[in-house]
Structures are given as structure tokens and as C-alpha cells.
Design a protein around this ligand. Structure first.
Ligand code: TXA
Ligand code: MG
Length: 303
């Protein structure tokens, strides 16, 4: 922990666990450190990064909170939610973090190691998911090293992430959904007492999670397959399958296991004659919405 904080303060890249996925962290006030994130991930530079902070007060020193943003933050932080809000003029953040936008994405993560690191470093930490751009997000320290070994200074190993999907991103006033994730939309709707709409897609995607192809394994994927055939099959609920997201049909368990199993299915598919794999239908309610979103992008034609 000590070493990780020291490296961060010196401008190095340190991957760390959050409850959603592993993040690739850099000092959010240091332009060169943040630039190194884009280089390590091979990330298109128009994509802004999420700034992680230890508590809601620090978040309020960086961004302007509407009443709705306050309601969500107070109920859901620390936790798997990001708010994209107007950046304060006096915010101590480098411009590259927001990729030139006048908004900033902020999150207070719930993972104890992430919290400890933020406290120990005493810095806002810019962190995208710790994977090469366009590839499957890491939910274990080993996944981080598979994608980024040699390009980062260290990874803090906190075992498997317990949510397993990236944070839900809300932004705007009134609040709209920018990316489905670890907090179900219904939870936010209950807190705000109204329906929450999806933000309209812009010509330039502001989130790589909005690109058609993302979270992609190498093998092709067929979704919503009810009867497994020749190809390796990723199941959900009871039935014949090579791997299963959740035999009991539990969406939280499926979310936790999703990215690790996509990696395993990729290996099975590449060893198979079919060269692709199939996935069982996932219901579109609660966390199923975000799971379906990730699967759809993983299955989309590659650029
Ligand atoms: O759970 C998570 O959100 C993980 C962990 C590490 O916190 N992080 C993550 O980061 O998923 P990343 O970079 O893979 O996705 C964050 C998304 C990006 O697609 C980015 O474009 C969007 O948040 N974002 C960040 N700041 C934004 C802003 N100012 N306006 C619009 N979108 C923004
Ligand atoms: Mg990502």
C-alpha cells in the first residue's frame, strides 16, 4: 500500500482493485501521469477519465452538484456509480482528465483497498478500467497483468472484484443515464422518484463504453441462444453449458462472473472447431440491463 501510494505520488501508473473492476490509476493533477494512462491503454485521446476520490466532500471540491446529483451521491457513494458533472473552476485537475470537456466524471469507490490508497496518496486518482482499450475489463489482478504487464509500475492485488461490472454513469441536469452498470437504473429511479432516460448518443462518443464494439474477446459471439449447438456455450440458469454465469439465474452472481467467463469462453472458442461461442439469453431487468449491454458490445463487429 505504501509503495503503491509512493509510486502514484511520483507520477507512476498503479492498477488497483475497486468493487466494479480493476482501475489503472494515475495522479489526476499530473498531466504527464495522466497522459501515460492513454499511452499504456492505447486509448483514443478524446475519451475522458473517471476521477476517483475518497469521499463526497472531496468530490464536491471538484464538481458542481445539482440537487439530483446530491441525492444520488448521498445514497449510493461509496459505490459503483459515477457522476458526470460540471467541473468547478477551481478544481485541481489536469485538463487531460476531462479530455478538454468542461465536465468531470467522479466516483467514490467502495473497495477498502481503493479507499486506503486514495487516503494514503492524498490525491484524486484518474482511473479507467485497467485493460488495453477495447478489450475485456479486468476483475482480477492476473487479468491486469495479462493485458498491461511491462506498461505499468504495479498492481495492488485485492482478489476478485465483487460487483464485476463497471460503474453506472449518470450525468446532466436533469440526471440521465450515460452507461448502464453496477447500480441498476431502477435504484436511481426510486431515489429520484421519476423515470430516468438514456442520454442521447452524440456523434463523438464521450464514453468508450458507448462505442459499438467494446469489451471484446477475440472470438465471435452469438447471443440469446436457447439451445446450445456445436460451439462452446455460456449458460445462464439451469441447463447444459460449458460455463455458467449463474446456475440459479442470479443476476448479481452473473455480473460478478461475466468478464472472467468471457475470457475463459474466448479460450474455449479458439480451441473449438466452431471458432465462436454462444451465450444464453439474459433478462433485461436490474443488473441484467448492464450485462446485456456489455454482451452486445462484446459481440458487435470489430472496427
Ligand atoms: O467502474 C468503473 O467505472 C471503472 C473503475 C475503475 O472505476 N472505470 C471505468 O473507466 O470503467 P472507463 O474509463 O473504462 O470508463 C469510464 C467512462 C468512459 O467511457 C468515459 O468516456 C466516461 O466514463 N467519462 C468520464 N468522464 C466523462 C465526462 N466528463 N463526460 C462524459 N463521459 C465521461
Ligand atoms: Mg473500460
Amino acid at each position: 500500500m505504501n509503495e503503491a501510494a509512493t509510486l502514484l505520488k511520483a507520477g507512476a501508473l498503479v492498477a488497483f482493485p475497486t468493487e466494479t473492476v480493476y482501475g489503472l490509476g494515475a495522479d489526476a493533477t499530473n498531466d504527464r501521469a495522466v497522459a501515460a494512462i492513454f499511452a499504456a491503454k492505447n486509448r483514443p485521446s478524446f475519451n475522458p477519465l473517471i476521477v476517483h476520490v475518497a469521499d463526497i466532500d472531496t468530490a464536491r471540491s471538484l464538481a458542481v452538484f445539482s440537487d439530483e446529483a446530491n441525492a444520488l451521491a448521498e445514497a449510493l457513494w461509496p459505490g459503483p456509480m459515477t457522476l458526470v458533472l460540471p467541473k468547478r473552476d477551481d478544481a485541481q485537475l489536469c485538463d487531460l482528465v476531462s479530455a478538454g470537456l468542461d465536465t468531470v466524471g467522479i466516483r467514490v469507490p467502495a473497495h477498502p483497498l481503493a479507499h486506503e490508497l486514495l487516503k494514503e496518496a492524498g490525491l484524486p486518482i484518474a482511473a479507467p478500467s485497467a485493460n488495453p482499450s477495447g478489450k475485456i475489463s479486468p476483475t482480477m489482478a492476473e487479468h491486469v497483468l495479462t493485458g498491461l504487464n511491462g506498461r505499468i509500475a504495479a498492481v495492488l492485488d485485492g482478489g476478485a472484484c465483487n460487483v464485476g461490472l463497471e460503474s453506472t454513469i449518470f450525468g446532466g441536469d436533469p440526471i440521465a443515464l450515460l452507461r448502464p452498470g453496477g447500480i441498476p437504473l431502477e435504484t436511481a429511479e426510486k431515489l429520484l422518484g421519476r423515470a430516468v432516460s438514456h442520454a442521447k448518443p452524440t456523434a463523438t462518443p464521450t464514453a468508450p463504453g458507448q462505442l459499438a464494439s467494446h469489451y471484446a474477446p477475440d472470438a465471435a459471439i452469438l447471443l440469446d441462444v436457447t439451445t446450445p449447438g456445436e460451439a462452446p456455450h455460456l449458460g445462464f440458469g439451469p441447463g447444459q453449458a460449458d460455463r455458467n454465469l449463474s446456475e440459479s439465474g442470479d443476476l448479481s452472481e452473473a455480473a460478478t462472473r461475466l468478464f472472467a467467463l468471457l475470457r475463459e469462453m474466448d479460450v474455449l472458442a479458439n480451441r473449438s472447431k466452431a471458432k465462436h461461442f454462444t451465450v444464453a439469453p439474459i433478462p433485461g431487468t436490474g443488473l441484467g440491463h448492464a450485462i446485456r449491454d456489455r454482451l452486445t458490445r462484446a459481440a458487435a463487429p470489430r472496427p
